[in-house]
Design a protein around this ligand. Structure first.
Ligand SMILES: Cc1cc2nc3c(=O)[nH]c(=O)nc-3n(C[C@H](O)[C@H](O)[C@H](O)COP(=O)(O)O)c2cc1C
Length: 336
């Protein structure tokens, strides 16, 4: 196999990234996230390469304010991945990622995602096709430590080694294996145990490989600790549950000097973003659904959440619904 090492660097923003999540990390989510963190890397939902081959470009539209942003692609076909990568690069994405770790039925029936781990050589071919199409734009692979019975340390080293040999210098590792038979995608995110040590061993064995660790990380303290062992941290569900975590990322992990926005200030910015989205013809609930957890951890946050979820899909709803939901929380009553 020829080594085609990508010359493009691991972008500084990869130090902290928000995970690709289908039905979550859409453009509206990313605009919301960007209000709180300017420095982190935001991933798209997984986009099937096939869709871009068929020119469904509306799927990857984004606003400049979302950058830096990484387009995640799904496929097991190097040619289609090369076409889709080129489209992503031409659209202006900061980086491109191959999904080789997602166990959903949809991706399994397409023979990509986590099932790709059963054929590391194919991941290598996919990576090489993408790297060639991407030019100077970085290409990474997101994977797990193993799949089904292929879960030994020896297998993890073979998997990572094969991808590394293909020239890949950034791997995102969800630190658990995938069980393709018998576990739902949701169960696959909790039942196979996390094994961070396995990821640290990979980093130690391949010092030139930039390693992002993913899975079960929920606090800034944990991020700081992980960053003493690996190059990047990627968080998924913790951001859905508590989007306000993003407000401290720039100061804690990127040494930004600007003061941390309060939740109230974030809420004000979201009212403005809501008005902007409405002026673009988008329904407000596409934003509000991402803000249900904004006050998690605060007294009476369930009142904010309940008010918002009960009102956000109503006809003629206006951005000040967010302020009213907050008022419900502060006053301790839904009667506002
Ligand atoms: C709703 C949801 C959708 C997801 N969709 C994708 C996806 O499109 N591509 C992918 O590689 N992983 C996907 N994942 C997995 C996450 O990227 C991440 O690897 C996983 O949630 C573990 O990280 P966490 O413990 O920080 O949530 C998804 C996870 C969730 C919760």
């Amino acid at each position: 196999m020829t080594v085609n090492s990508s010359t493009a660097p691991f972008l500084p923003s990869e130090r902290f990234s928000v995970a690709p999540m289908v039905d979550v990390t859409d453009s509206v989510f990313r605009r919301m996230a960007r209000v709180m963190s300017q420095h982190c890397m935001l991933y798209t939902e997984m986009i099937a390469a096939e869709a871009l081959v068929h020119e469904k470009y509306y799927l990857i539209d984004f606003k400049d304010e979302e950058l830096p942003c990484c387009l995640q692609l799904g496929s097991a076909d190097p040619k289609k991945l090369a076409v889709a990568t080129k489209v992503g690069v031409e659209h202006g994405y900061s980086a491109i990622n191959l999904n080789a770790g997602c166990p959903s039925d949809k991706v399994q029936s397409g023979n990509f995602g986590a099932i790709l781990m059963k054929t590391p050589e194919l991941i290598a071919q996919c990576y090489q096709a993408m790297a060639e199409a991407a030019g100077d734009v970085p290409v990474s692979v997101k994977t797990r430590i193993g799949v089904d019975e292929l879960d030994s340390e020896e297998f993890t080293f073979k998997l990572m080694g094969t991808i590394y040999e293909a020239g890949c210098r950034h791997i995102i590792i969800h630190a658990r294996k995938a069980w393709l038979n018998g576990l739902s995608p949701k169960e696959n995110r909790t039942i196979p145990p996390l094994d961070y040590e396995r990821v640290y061993k990979i980093k130690a064995a391949f010092p030139e490989l930039k390693v992002t660790i993913n899975g079960g990380i929920t606090t800034m303290e944990q991020c700081q600790e992980q960053l003493t062992r690996v190059d990047g941290v990627m968080l998924g569900r913790a951001i859905i549950d508590n989007p306000y975590l993003l407000a401290t990322v720039d100061q804690e992990l990127f040494a930004a000097k600007a003061p941390v926005l309060t939740r109230k200030e974030v809420l004000g910015a979201m009212v403005e973003l809501g008005a902007q989205l409405q002026s673009e013809g988008k329904a407000l609930h596409f934003l509000c659904r991402h803000l249900l957890g904004l006050f998690n951890g605060c007294a009476n946050s369930r009142l904010y959440r309940r008010y918002l979820s009960e009102h956000m899909t109503q006809k003629d709803v206006r951005p000040d619904i967010l302020l009213k939901a907050h008022q419900a929380m502060v006053q301790g009553t839904l009667e506002v």
